[in-house]
Design a protein around this ligand. Sequence first.
Ligand SMILES: [Zn+2]
Length: 305
Amino acid sequence: MNNYIVRFIPLGGIVGVTKNMYVYELYKLKVKTPSFAKASEGREKLKVNVKNTRINPEEYKLQDILIVDCGIGFPEAREMGVDFVIPDIDYLKDKTDKIRAILLSHGHEDHITALPYHYDALGKPPLYTSKLTGAFIQNKFKEFNKTPNVQIVEYGKQYQFGGFRTQFINITHSIPDAMHILINTPVGNFYHGPDYKFDLTPPYGKGPDFYAITKAGHDGVLCLLSDSLGAEREGLTLSEAIVGKTFEDEMRTCKGKFIMTTFSSNISRINQCVEAAIKFNRKIVFLGRSMKENTDLAKDIGYLR
Ligand SMILES: [Zn+2]
């Protein structure tokens, strides 16, 4: 019998590229013997099969909340005039004193961009993330004249948030510094694995930490939450490294201006284009506000030449 319950709530939904925001709640038993245990007492003492027993939430007290990601979503065709959508946090409004931290998995818009809108209403909890994602977040808050409490995490180190113990795992994605999160709870381990692809030759940073992933599996995972575009298809997606070679091949034969478009957060791809441009002695111009901001920021922290 467990004295704890963990509830998992995807506040922004779980399908498609959309307002990622996940809530983990840890509840602790208030009374010594819950009603379902009393009912079975005598028959088999306190040996209760929790799986087949209805748990009365009234007998449990919310102890800690951990949030993973806080991103924007994109409007549907019928939502004319809407630029983007953000998760509805009404559910959390009377529980903000229980929020221990928000963990941010990587710097894509659908994982961090709703933060400045909700940060105050969530009670300004500390934000734990990687270096590049942290820099993107600081920059987003600047527009709102706010300074968030950002803590840059170390991979492999353990962090305690109330009854949740977490460890951050280095993973590869189309943006550098992406992380998976192993969350140990009193009821079992959750492997929270947002957007990733296994890139064995990433253009920036280390490859996926297969050791940490394997160890998590070996130690036992109660619940795996995994999100990888195209995961239903067999085989491996090509490494991001192939993009650098493609830039070189195209620039070699391109007589005039070479124009490349990408998400401004795709720092590793921008870096690959910059490296190719330097190789072919081309002048480089960044166009667009967020492209300029993000490349400046990436240069400042040494992620771009
Ligand atoms: Zn992503």
